[in-house]
Design a protein around this ligand. Structure first.
Ligand SMILES: *Cc1c(COP(=O)(O)O)cnc(C)c1O
Length: 394
């Protein structure tokens, strides 16, 4: 065994993801895992059947590098149907190995060493790692919880832009906060991007998990933004197929080509039989998509009420799988990471400390994330267990 450190220094700061640690803890202790965001029920039967049919009918070899035609057409039709966005399925759509590869491909395909990326923190954990792999610099702007949910300071956003800023990376609906950026916030972010000639990469994997009262406004629909926006999404969160890893990037041909330039050397292609199945899903009727949001909203409310009853300060989500809480009413030292490590022993539940989603962990030290994308009886059992916390502390 060589004495050299085999790991790249670029990833030295990242270690093992918190999800691996917390999921291992859940398995070890038999606790209910509300840490990682994956559903515990299957999605639409027609989508599952289409994948089985594709495998049986021999669609098991490399699909085309940019994706099978019926999926690229279904993605373009979906963007037109829901948002009025016009795309050419041949040049403006790229199928990727989940949104994760779309993001990696975009960042590796667009960034040079020294370039800067502005994003909001907390953030999905792959963002910082991919920016680091590209040799670029990440400048995060804080989203802070307030009476109306999470918000950013517009002056802080402007202060984060430098002459080296090339990409503004935006996730809405947002993981881990459950925030859906408002029309006014989207217009503000768009104005900054236009003013500084930035490319905007948007992660919209929760586009169909938006609750009553909030509206998902795709960046590409705002004035002057279609030509500078790469939109990334995925079938995983919409069709309860997170293990299939079928995602996509859409936008103007030069932006899509930049992603493809990197993607061709990452996976080249993937998900052969799953691609036509996701195409079937994207064509489901409006009732399916509306029902999805309504079911998730009911779960979020069910979990949120239980978290509040347990004594946490709950930040009500506007969408996604996630609800975040301020732990300080129950645990005044405000150490969310220590609480998450202790939680399985305290009450048999696993959650994720928000500090794992920050470049500046102190910003999120007192916040913890719970996932609601579980069967109602699982949520109810978790809530009952969490209810023991107040008693345990008194
Ligand atoms: C789940 C998730 C992803 C990853 O999507 P995949 O299609 O599973 O790769 C990307 N971004 C956010 C914000 C997510 O929550």
């Amino acid at each position: 065994m060589t004495a050299r450190d085999p790991a790249t220094a670029k990833l030295a700061a990242f270690g093992t993801t918190i999800f691996a640690e917390m999921t291992a803890l859940a398995v070890e202790t038999g606790a209910i895992n509300l840490g990682q965001g994956f559903p515990d029920t299957d999605g639409p039967q027609v989508v599952l059947d289409a994948a089985v049919e594709a495998i049986r009918s021999g669609r098991n070899q490399y699909p085309p590098g940019h994706g099978v035609p019926e999926l690229r057409e279904a993605i373009a039709a979906h963007q037109k149907r829901f948002y009025g966005i016009d795309l050419d399925p041949d040049t403006d759509v790229l199928v990727t190995t989940g949104a994760t590869e779309g993001l990696a491909g975009a960042l590796l395909g667009m960034l040079d060493p020294g370039d800067e990326v502005v994003t909001f923190e907390p953030m999905f954990d792959s963002y910082a790692a991919c920016v680091a792999l590209a040799g670029a610099h990440l400048a995060p702007v804080a989203l802070r919880p307030g009476p109306d949910g999470y918000a950013y300071d517009p002056a802080e956003l402007r202060g984060a832009i430098t002459p080296r800023t090339k990409v503004l990376l935006l996730n809405t609906p947002h993981n881990p906060t459950g925030k859906v950026f408002s029309t006014a916030e989207m217009a503000d972010v768009a104005a900054v991007a236009r003013e500084h000639d930035l490319i905007v990469v948007t992660d919209e994997v929760y586009e169909h998990l938006v609750f009553a009262g909030a509206t998902h406004v795709p960046m590409a629909t705002l004035p002057g933004m279609a030509e500078r926006t790469l939109t990334i999404s995925s079938g995983g969160k919409t069709f309860n197929t997170t293990g299939w890893k079928v995602g996509w990037a859409t936008g103007p041909a030069p932006l899509v080509a930049a992603v493809r330039g990197a993607k061709q050397f990452l996976t080249y292609t993937s998900g052969g039989p799953f691609q036509p199945a996701i195409a079937v899903g994207l064509g489901l009727d409006d009732a399916f998509f509306a029902g999805l949001a309504a079911v998730m909203e009911a779960k979020a409310r069910r979990l949120g009420a239980g978290l509040a009853a347990a004594g946490f300060d709950v930040v009500a989500p506007e969408g996604t799988y996630f609800t975040t809480v301020d732990v300080r009413p129950l645990f005044p030292d405000g150490d969310g990471a220590a609480l998450c490590r202790a939680l399985p022993a305290l009450c048999g539940v696993v959650a994720v400390p928000n500090e794992a989603f920050y470049v500046h962990p102190a910003e999120g030290r007192h916040l913890v994330r719970f996932a609601c994308c579980k069967r109602d009886e699982v949520i109810d059992e978790a809530v009952e267990r969490l209810g023991r916390l107040a008693g345990a502390r008194r």
